[in-house]
Ligand binder design. Structure first.
Ligand SMILES: Cc1cc2nc3c(=O)[nH]c(=O)nc-3n(C[C@H](O)[C@H](O)[C@H](O)COP(=O)(O)OP(=O)(O)OC[C@H]3O[C@@H](n4cnc5c(N)ncnc54)[C@H](O)[C@@H]3O)c2cc1C
Length: 465
């Protein structure tokens, strides 16, 4: 039992939601998969496997799929289901059963746990509100011990217990410790297997059938954007070979992508950021490109996670700094040169062809380049009647259309652009006050707008929205 005691010791990546030792009557260990939707390189799954091995019990992964995830569209469900197909295959290889249930994830977990009789349940962490609510429900109602593992960050979130002011405050803290965490993650196999059929039935993982069964509508994705660990692996290899070497110089150019385009796979947990970071670090790319990439992947991404984990109003203007809210309020009555409704913005029907192209890129492909995202959100602030409405419109469009939407990065990106979050005051001007401003002529100096518009026009339209 020595190894069991070791596994139950406090750990910086593990939160104990229901304390206690594993139930001696338990028949398995359940891994409740929520955010880390992958069957490998997964610290939460690893803990479940190690506990199972120490207890001589098999491991079952449970996933609850709800048709009602806020703002999620058909393109998100497709991406998610593609990811589950890869996860199921990887789990099978490691000797772990996978059970898919339809319904609210907390209800599915509790029902499955009732039938499977686990000794202990292990879940994964996710700072956004919806998942936190489900975890809280399960924490209150589950009869056995429950622990959550912070498996989708390089440096554990708990190390930064207060809301960070800006990248410059978090960066040195992360750099100080990241060598402790930038270590390869093992993929142990489960030793015990179920002798008899599971006490619960899994819904068959048929992507098209489930999309129809869930009746999820809204925007679908273009063929070619595929979810899952295999696609993430392919993208990572491409990125390391062809894009990372020019990342420092070209990452801000939206006419051709030189970034990883892994954000949606990171959002759905199809790949562990640690795996990406280690691969980038050991690549032959120039040092400045590797450093610039790790700054985005670790410092900026974990700054966004810190914001969402520590600020309950992360998706509203109220969550932004006081100086920013004050300056926006002082300029709330400034005349707007153009005013658009949410529907006009959604249709990409403004006077600004580059903005419209960015909006169209997002609605067609589920992606928008980071540089255009900044411009896109700042113009929503400029063209809507008040900053709170601008904030809400930007979040809504971002969440519904971006494949990587509904993510801490999205809430933080909008809070930065509209509400000065993690930024500083800039010279004062109309509407924006001292919030950093971006204008079309500045954009035209920086990027080849005609080439960008041309590129978006060339995109094939996806299935009807
Ligand atoms: C208004 C606005 C909205 C945004 N909405 C989202 C969103 O919904 N989801 C999302 O994942 N990102 C969002 N971002 C951040 C950023 O634009 C994307 O993460 C990036 O464009 C994804 O492309 P990539 O994977 O090729 O990035 P790469 O440059 O290859 O970077 C690697 C990874 O680092 C992280 N990263 C990169 N840039 C940032 C950043 N500025 N802040 C935090 N993390 C970053 C992402 O996880 C990304 O996948 C938004 C930014 C703004 C300004």
């Amino acid at each position: 039992m020595d190894s069991l005691d070791r596994l139950l010791e406090p750990h910086v990546r593990v939160r104990v939601a229901r304390p206690g030792r594993p139930d001696p009557e338990g028949r398995c260990v359940v891994y409740w998969m929520q955010r880390s939707q992958r069957g490998r390189d997964n610290a939460a799954l690893n803990l479940a496997i190690e506990l199972g091995n120490a207890l001589g019990l098999p491991v079952v992964t449970v996933f609850g799929l709800t048709a009602d995830y806020p703002s999620a569209q058909r393109r998100h469900y497709r991406f998610l289901l593609e990811g589950l197909v890869d996860a199921e295959a990887d789990l099978e290889q490691r000797g772990i059963s996978f059970v898919l249930g339809l319904g609210r994830p907390d209800r599915v977990l509790l029902k499955m746990a009732g039938a499977l009789c686990p000794a202990i349940v292990i879940g994964d962490e996710n700072p956004v509100r919806t998942g936190a609510f489900w975890r809280e429900q399960v924490s209150q109602e589950l009869a056995v011990p429950l622990r959550f593992v912070d498996s989708d960050v390089v440096v554990p979130t708990v190390l930064f217990p207060r809301e960070e002011f800006a990248a410059r405050t978090l960066r040195p803290k992360i750099h100080r410790v990241w060598d402790d965490y930038l270590k390869p993650i093992p993929n142990p196999a489960a030793r015990a297997r179920f002798e008899s059929p599971l006490a619960v039935e899994s819904v068959r993982l048929d992507v098209e059938g489930l999309l129809d069964r869930l009746k999820v509508g809204g925007a679908d994705a273009l063929p070619g954007s595929r979810g899952g660990a295999l696609e993430a692996e392919r993208r990572l290899a491409q990125f390391l070979a062809h894009r990372l070497p020019r990342y420092a110089a070209e990452r801000n150019n939206p006419t051709h992508y030189s970034t990883s385009e892994l954000s949606a796979h990171l959002h759905f947990g199809h790949v562990n950021p640690l795996v990406i970071a280690l691969a980038a670090r050991s690549s032959a790319a120039p040092r400045e490109s590797i450093d610039a990439f790790l700054e985005e992947l670790i410092v900026r991404r974990e700054l966004a996670i810190n914001f969402v984990a520590r600020n309950p109003r992360y998706d509203q203007l109220e969550g932004c700094p006081e100086w920013a809210r004050k300056t926006l309020a002082a300029h709330a009555g400034d005349p707007r040169p153009y005013l658009y409704t949410a529907a006009q913005l959604e249709d990409g029907a403004t006077h600004d062809a580059v903005w419209n192209a960015a909006q169209e890129e997002m609605t067609i492909t589920g992606r928008m380049h980071n540089y255009m995202r900044m411009y896109w959100a700042k113009k929503i602030l400029e063209w809507t009647p008040d900053p709170a409405a601008a904030f809400a419109i930007a979040i809504d469009l971002n969440d519904r259309y971006e494949l990587d939407g509904r993510d801490p990065n999205g809430y933080t990106g909008v809070a930065w652009a509209v509400g000065g979050k993690h930024d500083r005051p800039w010279p004062e001007r109309p509407i924006f006050g001292t919030i950093r401003y971006m204008n079309e002529s500045g954009l035209r100096r920086k990027i080849d707008c005609a080439a960008y518009i041309e590129r978006v026009r060339g995109l094939e339209r996806g299935p009807a929205v």
